[in-house]
Design a protein around this ligand. Structure first.
Ligand SMILES: NC(=O)c1ccc[n+]([C@@H]2O[C@H](COP(=O)([O-])OP(=O)(O)OC[C@H]3O[C@@H](n4cnc5c(N)ncnc54)[C@H](O)[C@@H]3O)[C@@H](O)[C@H]2O)c1
Length: 188
């Protein structure tokens, strides 16, 4: 075992059914969804790190842990991006609180892991991607890209080289960092 990538996540898209829209709001956010999403996105990363990180530290060869976070690990969701015409303010869909909590939590886990097995040669870093274009509505894309200095969303293959870098010896001296790859959004 040389590389662990903690990538799994539940990212509930803002869907059209009224119930889903409303239940994304903090006031109504279901505890079961909180538990489920944290179980996958955060507890899952902890458990995989516990099992595979321990093995990497034990076998003497070291290894790499890469946590896939999000640009929302470093800033708050701009809920105006998700607004729908014709809905009252208290019915507007939002990016759920779980996403922010999980992704910020992964950065804490990354820093913890980066020091915990460092002497055994196990490094840990995070990659925080910005939004990938996968056919979202034109209105959403326009709103989002207006916030991104490069003026566009990422394409599907644009994180590959970063993952290769972070998982290989090319990044041998990088440890405990969160690489934010968001077209410059968080510096604007
Ligand atoms: N797509 C984006 O715009 C974007 C932006 C920023 C960050 N991210 C992050 O990048 C990662 C990948 O995103 P994606 O768009 O490919 O998402 P995705 O929903 O396509 O993939 C998530 C993966 O997690 C897996 N998964 C869900 N529940 C699981 C479980 N209980 N056990 C094991 N696996 C489980 C799914 O099967 C799926 O393969 C996620 O962590 C996501 O939060 C994505």
């Amino acid at each position: 075992m040389d590389i662990l990538v903690n990538n799994a996540a539940i990212d509930p898209k803002v869907k059209g059914e009224q119930g889903v829209l409303e239940s994304s709001r903090l006031e109504h956010f279901p505890l079961e969804q909180w538990d489920l999403q944290l179980a996958v996105g955060l507890t899952g990363a902890f458990l995989c790190s516990q099992v595979f990180g321990s093995a990497m530290a034990r076998d003497g060869k070291g290894g790499v842990i890469l946590n896939i976070a999000s640009d929302l690990s470093v800033f708050s969701p701009d809920q105006r991006l998700y607004r729908r015409d014709g809905l009252a303010d208290d019915k507007q869909p939002v990016k759920p609180v779980t996403y922010s909590v999980i992704k910020a939590g992964l950065i804490g886990l990354t820093r913890y892991l980066a020091t915990y097995w460092a002497e055994c040669g196990v490094r840990a870093n995070a990659l925080s991607p910005g939004g990938v274009f996968t056919g979202q509505s034109e209105e959403f894309v326009q709103r989002l890209t207006a916030l991104i200095p490069l003026g566009r969303m990422a394409s599907l293959d644009e994180y590959r080289a970063a993952v290769q870098f972070l998982c290989s010896d090319a990044s041998a001296y990088l440890n405990g960092q969160n690489i934010v790859m968001d077209g410059g959004r968080c510096v604007w």
